[in-house]
Design a protein around this ligand. Structure first.
Ligand code: PEP
Ligand code: CO
Length: 452
């Protein structure tokens, strides 16, 4: 890290995707308060995750990153958090069972509140207002006061993130995660789904094996009562992230203590821009979204700047090209990384390159395209001698109808039934589980190659 870096050095660079606050004094006071609040995560958890991501880059673990496109303050409620956690748990067990590999669970959760937008304003019926930028910044309603950037929301978001994380920690460290009680992760509405049946058969077999092992050993396998669950969000709102950037005793460097794994969005990847400047100086593992307009040379330069010591686990490339472009765009990127001998973890985001609007203007994604980008990504990496070591999904445990297709055969008219997302469409339980079985099959093939 250069001597000129500080948590605020990004302010000297060109910054994009930030809200304009009418009341700057209020903003400064709020940031000051935020900087004094206790951190959400710890440096040893962050280092632990970085270590595990390093393992994933070598095929010894697999990253399952998923959650809402954007969390909402209103949805910070018990049932919603539990349902999201249940889907992630169920998916991770499908992956583990299918591949016998370790799975690193990372939610887009407890802080995923700020969204990059393509336009600064939105026009409806001749009225133009600032665009909605996420619940930590302004409100999604379409009135002038809704769209004013309000510093209080930064505090509300931080508090909701803390509440969410507190609950997740309680659940994942206690009985909820106990493998002896898989019924804890059942989702009532999903009991008729064929995916749920396949999942239950699998769980029954796990529980039988567990009981068998315990009978043989004459002791309880206590490890199985706790699980790791990490958090991630797009570090977009830089003054908010700066307020959470701290030093810790007996460790070098600075940590963003609001999340374990912050990522750089596709729209804020400029190597000379403020976001990259901010990420240069933090010690967290970081994600970089990589889309079709990323030139391989540009990415090599960016990875070198962000990881000058070529530390494994530091960089996760989250590629999101779209099913139609992945075969053209991914190989040159992998080749460039290989030629420069850069250690990165590859993670496929099959969501963000596959979004389209229906004729009636609803933003959706087709399950077939999502599955196809995933399969293609696994195959391309296998062919090139690299490893796809993770997936990044937008999903929810709620029974929504936001993406079309999948075994439930959701069609465009079905989108009206339960479309709740304010931003991008998410996979529902059934669709997420279907993908999990597809991923598990691919992980199995990866493992066979690695064991050769
Ligand atoms: C997102 O992850 O919600 C997002 C906006 O992604 P991207 O930066 O890849 O477009
Ligand atoms: Co999104």
């Amino acid at each position: 890290m250069s001597n000129s870096w500080s948590p605020s050095s990004w302010r000297k660079k060109i910054v994009t995707q930030q809200p304009i606050y009418p009341d700057l004094v209020h903003l400064e006071e709020t940031l000051h308060r935020l900087a004094k609040l206790p951190p959400l995560v710890t440096s040893w958890e962050i280092e632990n995750l970085k270590h595990q991501l390093g393992e994933a880059s070598e095929g010894r673990a697999f990253l399952l990153q998923g959650g809402d496109c954007s969390e909402s303050l209103e949805d910070c409620e018990t049932d919603s958090i539990v349902r999201n956690l249940k889907v992630m748990m169920q998916m991770s067990f499908v992956l583990i069972f299918g591949s016998m590999n370790k799975v690193i669970r990372v939610g887009r959760i407890a802080g995923q509140y700020a969204k990059p937008r393509s336009n600064e304003t939105e026009t409806r019926d001749g009225i133009t207002l600032p665009v909605y930028r996420g619940d930590i910044i302004n409100r999604s309603g379409f009135t002038e006061s809704d769209r004013v950037a309000d510093p209080e929301l930064l505090l509300r978001g931080y508090e909701r993130a803390a509440l969410t994380l507190n609950f997740i920690r309680g659940l994942s460290g206690g009985g909820f995660a106990d493998m002896h009680h898989p019924e804890n992760w059942d989702l009532e509405f999903a009991s008729d789904s064929p995916r749920a049946r396949r999942y239950h058969e699998m769980i029954e077999s796990i529980t039988t094996s567990l009981n068998f092992m315990e009978a043989v050993l004459g002791t309880s396998i206590s490890q199985s009562k706790t699980i790791d669950f990490f958090t991630s969000h797009e570090a977009l709102h830089l003054s908010y992230e700066q307020a959470q950037t701290r030093r810790v005793p007996r460790r070098e460097g600075w940590y963003n203590m609001s999340t374990h794994l912050p990522w750089i969005g596709y729209r804020t990847r400029d190597i000379n821009g403020a976001h990259v400047e901010y990420f240069k100086g933090i010690s967290n593992p970081i994600g970089i979204k990589v889309g079709p307009k990323f030139e391989p040379d540009e990415l090599v330069e960016l990875v070198e700047v962000l990881n000058p010591e070529n530390q494994p686990g530091r960089i996760t490339l989250i590629h999101r090209f779209g099913a139609d472009d992945v075969a053209r765009c991914l190989p040159p990127i992998v080749e460039a990384m290989q030629n420069s001998e850069l250690k990165v973890l590859y993670c496929s985001d099959p969501m963000h390159g596959n979004t389209f609007s229906t004729n009636s203007g609803i933003k959706t994604r087709s399950f077939d395209k999502i599955a196809s980008e995933l399969e293609l990504s696994f195959n391309i990496h296998r062919k090139m001698g690299s490893i796809l070591g993770g997936v990044h999904l937008e999903l929810t445990g709620d029974n929504v109808t936001e993406c079309i297709g999948g075994a439930g055969k959701l069609t465009e008219p079905d989108l009206e039934i339960a479309y709740k997302s304010q931003v991008d469409p998410r996979l529902n339980y059934d669709q997420a589980m279907e993908l999990a079985f597809l991923i598990a099959d691919n992980m199995k093939s990866n493992k066979k190659i690695l064991e050769r």
